[in-house]
Design a binder for this molecule. Sequence first.
Ligand code: DAT
Ligand code: MG
Length: 148
Amino acid sequence: MEQTYIMIKPDGVQRGLVGEIIKRFEQKGYKLVAMKLTSPGEEHMKKHYADLSSKGFFAGLIAYMTSGPVVAMVWEGKNAVAEGRKMLGATMPSESAMGTIRGDYCIEVGRNICHGSDAVESAKKEIALWFPEGVTSWSSCESSWVYE
Ligand code: DAT
Ligand code: MG
């Protein structure tokens, strides 16, 4: 089964949206296989966003992402990466459909409350970066009701 790295950013934590975001992934049918509240610091966050280091907004992005704790999670299930991105909504909240997390709960791109891996390969890298200790494998009693 595919795994994706989902992170609730510092604004999502401060605004009390942790439960709401977890609820959506649970209710969709995905399985939580790793989770922690953590403030890993600047170097770690620069590694996470290494692909964006040349962007003009990079310094602001790192300051925002290190301004408070984040909730790091790995969710598992069929097409979890692409479906997770759909659940988050577009990067720009003004372009995120209503009903998505960003569409429903934020206004500005620099405060867009959640992160989700954009491809299976980047998910693998992000999961290794955030959970070097590995994830937890378990079987959910729901699985035969979620999958045919
Ligand atoms: P996403 O988070 O949807 O994968 P991304 O990887 O292109 O988007 O960018 C990572 C984060 O950087 C994004 O969630 C918010 C910030 N960001 C992206 N584009 C931005 C812009 N034009 N101005 C300010 N912040 C931006
Ligand atoms: Mg991205």
